[in-house]
Design a protein around this ligand. Structure first.
Ligand SMILES: NC(=O)C1=CN([C@@H]2O[C@H](COP(=O)(O)OP(=O)(O)OC[C@H]3O[C@@H](n4cnc5c(N)ncnc54)[C@H](O)[C@@H]3O)[C@@H](O)[C@H]2O)[C@@H](O)CC1
Ligand SMILES: [K+]
Length: 510
């Protein structure tokens, strides 16, 4: 995407396109393979103790070719290396060359039934980006034996059996993938390195430069990015000394009833912590009294039904709205969403507000079209996503997690944050960001309410929707990491200042 900074993630077919462009520009394919193999050998050197035996399992394609190169280089420096070629001779010219160069110096491959336990490192070069169906036969058997042997495993490009595109094991329950200790990939990371279960199966991923130009990577990329500050920091609202609180935005947060007020307080407090100038909670009279006992910096306004809420929105200073956290599923909440969209407010649609449109995403899409272009960000977890989009053909069955999020974003005309340990942020214009900084302890009650507040707080400060959503997701994860285990959701907004300090003062990021 023109003008977009950030780390591109490439699907396997886009990567193949980058290889083709590079080869056409005059770099021989075998040279790329040599560079890839060199990177694999360097990683193997770090993983295998000096006397340890190394087994390189080479498939018949170019992934195997990388393996043959690594085997030759490691053996040349005195390492004790065996090669296994369970799928027979190489089937591509470059891999054939790599196999011949290896065999010329070192002779025959070992048998498939060799004792794996006698090796200190296995290099998995069976299948890489070319895998297009589940492992079967000898490859399936080998993957299972490698995993059972519990040895250190270095995967070339991706662990064999894993889809580089989706992060899923091909063949799902009946399939298998090698589970690696570490993975070396080339030129750019693939979505499967970040999406689950792929991220866990890859171990530590290193991406090495094999001489594919950044411009080539950008030209084949289709707007899929790793979510890090590189992607959005230039659009991040850095408060200036002269910024009046109203210039930093005013978030209006719709409350649920008197027995469910905590969620929206978490959201409002998070909106303030991330820099919004003001936050107001709109609640019915009974809920107002509960909020009044808790709130200091956040203000309270009485609003009984959707009509009252709409009247509050006559005040144009409320430039962003958060609806959904414990808001109470039903037509009343749907009507508030409608008012906020039609009055052109930047809007976060979370939790109950998503469920209030269950099975009717077209209705939400029509509203957003009528709303006139202010950003709308929805933040479903899998259950809410299925409730909203479950009946629409081409969304739930769109494929990888980012393809589902993207199909939903295009249908709704909204930014979709599909939450999880591998949260995906998708925009109707085709951009996608995949996030990986959420620690397991972020999965705690109220954590989603904080996220909606962070998004709303950034929207209020004028950050564009996609960047605001991506930044909020990243800050949410960074705040949880900063606190550490034992986190409850109340702790999250209190960690945001430390995260912002590092972000804005360019201190090293966690
Ligand atoms: N010039 C290039 O394209 C480069 C490619 N590189 C390596 O090449 C790899 C991709 O190589 P290939 O495209 O040859 O593919 P692979 O080596 O991943 O797979 C080989 C072939 O196996 C077949 N196959 C797929 N699934 C199968 C299954 N379940 N059972 C049996 N056969 C199956 C397919 O026809 C596939 O083309 C990358 O992952 C990377 O390691 C690197 O050498 C860098 C340069
Ligand atoms: K592999």
């Amino acid at each position: 995407m023109a003008g977009q900074s950030g780390e591109y993630l490439l699907r396997a077919s886009w990567m193949a396109e980058a290889d083709r462009i590079t080869i056409a520009s005059g770099v021989p394919g075998y040279e790329l393979m040599l560079r890839a193999g060199r990177g694999v050998a360097a990683a193997a050197r770090r993983m295998a103790a000096p006397g340890a035996r190394i087994l390189v399992i080479c498939g018949a394609g170019n992934n195997g070719g990388d393996g043959y190169v690594a085997a030759r280089l490691l053996q040349a420096e005195g390492r004790d290396v065996d090669v296994m070629a369970p799928l027979g001779p190489a089937t591509t010219a470059d891999a054939g060359q790599a196999a011949a160069d290896w065999a010329h110096a070192h002779g025959a491959a070992v048998a498939v039934d060799v004792d794996l336990a006698s090796y200190g490192l296995v290099i998995d070069a069976l299948f890489g980006a070319g895998l297009n169906r589940p492992l079967e036969g000898v490859a399936l058997d080998l993957a299972q034996r490698i995993n059972a042997a519990a040895l250190p495993v270095l995967a070339v490009d991706v662990p064999s059996g894993l889809s580089a595109d989706s992060g899923q094991v091909l063949g799902a329950a009946m399939g298998a993938s090698v589970s690696a200790t570490a993975t070396v990939t080339f030129a750019a990371r693939k979505p499967g390195h970040l999406l689950l279960p792929g991220r866990a199966l890859c171990g530590a991923v290193t991406c090495i430069d094999i001489g594919i130009a950044p411009g080539t990577i950008a030209s084949v990329g289709r707007g899929m990015f790793y979510n890090s500050p590189d992607l959005w920091l230039t659009r991040f609202p850095a408060p200036s000394l002269e910024a009046h609180k109203y210039r930093r935005g005013h978030v209006l947060c719709g409350s649920g009833g008197p027995l469910s007020t905590g969620a929206i307080r978490l959201a409002a407090r998070s909106a303030l912590r991330v820099g919004a100038g003001l936050a107001t909670i709109a609640a019915g009279p009974d809920a107002c009294r509960v909020h009044a006992a808790h709130l200091t910096a956040v203000m309270i306004r009485e609003a009984e039904g959707a009509g009252d809420f709409a009247r509050l929105l006559d005040d144009v200073r409320f430039n962003a709205v958060i609806l959904g956290p414990a808001g109470g599923v039903g037509p009343e909440l749907a009507a508030r969403v409608e008012e906020a969209i039609l009055r052109g407010r930047a809007l976060v649609i979370d939790a109950d507000a998503i469920s209030s449109f269950a099975g009717a995403p077209e209705r939400m899409a029509a509203l957003i079209v009528a709303g006139g272009g202010a950003p709308v960000v929805m933040t479903p977890h899998d259950g809410e996503f299925a409730r909203l989009f479950g009946k629409v053909a081409g969304v739930m069955d769109a494929g990888a997690k980012y393809e589902r999020a993207l199909a939903a974003a295009r249908l709704a005309g909204a930014i979709v944050v599909l939450k999880g340990a591998d949260t995906v942020i998708a925009a109707p214009d085709g951009r996608v960001a995949i996030n990986d900084n959420a620690p397991p302890w972020l999965g705690t009650a109220g954590s989603g309410d904080v996220l909606s507040g962070l998004v709303g707080g950034l929207l209020a400060q004028g950050m564009p929707g996609f960047e605001a959503a991506a930044a909020a997701v990243w800050i949410h994860g960074a705040a949880a990491r900063t606190f550490g285990p034992g986190l409850i959701s109340e702790d999250l907004p209190e960690q945001v200042p430390a995260v912002l300090r590092r972000l804005l003062q360019q201190e090293p990021l966690a």
